[in-house]
Design a protein around this ligand. Structure first.
Ligand SMILES: [Zn+2]
Length: 282
């Protein structure tokens, strides 16, 4: 998809991304990925040995280019977390592949960057309790399953109840948004969910999956959130983290549109709100 490149270009044009605040991740070592994935699955993906059924479920055709970007993206999420620890908020211009499971890919997701980053931060002793707050319109089923037995990570998914995946996992907290929900309903349920997740988990770090497939015209969304609604949502989550002094790393999550520039601008909202809030909070 072109949206990643367009997003970076757009943020540069807006003066938000520049050489002094932009970082480039490297390629993941197997040891990092094995914090959250089956070694056999990883090897078979890299060596193009997944079978037809596994590839269908993954939803993406295998190529060397796909392997290259797949091995970089989770390092980007981890790097974003490290930067957030230093600067309070940091934004990844990719990430949020929350349908990736321990030993299989699904729904265009191959590696679960959210689980990998959270597990890695905890293993390194950098944080004690991570809240993964996932507002992509689809449930973060892979994240919930991979981290089900990890008491130091709390998973909260705010998603449309009638959307993919058909068989839902159990996150530590699931907020089920009704089909065709509007801004008012959505923002209220989202904010209540976030406050509940904060109270239950008492995190010292938040990873925020700011998927924009909640947008009214998104072909995979099924709920009716406006651009202003997305902006209010992202503003709310990031502002609460700053108020509570909890570092927050954002990833872009899902978003679909034939107009890739319009889509890139939609993904830019969370970064714009982060930049404004960092300035406001000095
Ligand atoms: Zn999604």
């Amino acid at each position: 998809m072109q949206k990643f490149q367009l997003l970076h270009q757009y943020l540069k044009q807006q003066g938000i991304a520049h050489s002094a605040n932009t970082y480039r991740p490297g390629t993941a070592k197997m040891k990092l990925l094995q914090t959250s994935h089956c070694p056999d699955y990883l090897t078979r993906f890299v060596e193009n040995k997944l079978d037809a059924k596994e590839l269908r479920r993954m939803g993406l055709p295998w190529s060397e280019g796909l392997v290259r970007r797949t091995l970089i993206s989770p390092v980007g999420t981890l790097l974003t977390c490290q930067l957030a620890l230093k600067y309070r908020i940091a934004c990844h211009l990719a990430g949020g592949t929350h349908h990736a499971h321990y030993d299989f890919g699904s729904g265009f997701c191959i590696l679960n960057d959210l689980a990998i980053a959270a597990n890695s931060l905890i293993t390194q002793g950098k944080v004690n309790k991570v809240l993964i707050f996932d507002v992509d319109v689809h449930q973060g089923d892979g994240t919930a399953r991979i981290l089900a037995d990890q008491p130091q990570v709390f998973t909260c998914s705010v998603h449309c109840e009638k959307n993919f995946p058909a068989r839902k996992a159990s996150s530590d907290l699931d907020i089920n948004i009704p089909v065709a929900a509007d801004d008012t309903t959505y923002l209220q349920m989202m904010a209540d969910g976030f406050e509940q997740a904060l109270a239950l988990s008492e995190p010292d770090f938040v990873i925020y999956d700011a998927g924009v497939d909640v947008f009214v015209d998104d072909p995979l969304g099924l709920i009716d959130i406006s651009l202003q609604g997305i902006r209010q949502r992202d503003h709310y989550v990031l502002k609460r983290c700053l108020e509570l002094n909890i570092p927050v790393a954002t990833v872009i999550g899902g978003g679909y549109d034939k107009d890739e520039l319009a889509l890139a601008k939609r993904h830019a909202i969370v970064v714009e709100e982060a930049a404004k809030l960092l300035q406001a909070f000095g």
